[in-house]
Design a protein. Structure first.
Length: 82
C-alpha cells in the first residue's frame, strides 16, 4: 500500500508494509518514504527503489534491502502483464 506524494518540491514514494495477515509493520500514520532522485525515458529512480519499463507489458523493480549484518543488497523483481 502506498503512493507518490509531492512534499517540499519533490516526489516521495510512500509505502506501508503488511504481513500476510494484513497487520502493518509501521505505526498507523507512518510510511517508509523514498525520495525521487531522477527520471529518464524508461526509468524512475527513488532512493533505494527503482522502476524500469522494459515494454508495455513488462517492468523491473529494483529494491535495496538491508541485511542483518548491516550490509545491503539490491534485489530485482520482474513483472509481466498477463
Amino acid at each position: 500500500m502506498g503512493g507518490v506524494t509531492e512534499i517540499n518540491n519533490t516526489l516521495l514514494l510512500q509505502l506501508k508494509h503488511f504481513n500476510g495477515d494484513f497487520k502493518d509493520w509501521e505505526e498507523k500514520d507512518e510510511t517508509v518514504d523514498f525520495k525521487l532522485v531522477k527520471v529518464t525515458e524508461n526509468i524512475v529512480y527513488f532512493d533505494e527503489f527503482t522502476f524500469e519499463k522494459i515494454s508495455d507489458t513488462e517492468m523491473n523493480l529494483y529494491v535495496v534491502i538491508g541485511n542483518k549484518d548491516g550490509s545491503s543488497s539490491e534485489v530485482k523483481f520482474n513483472y509481466k502483464k498477463q
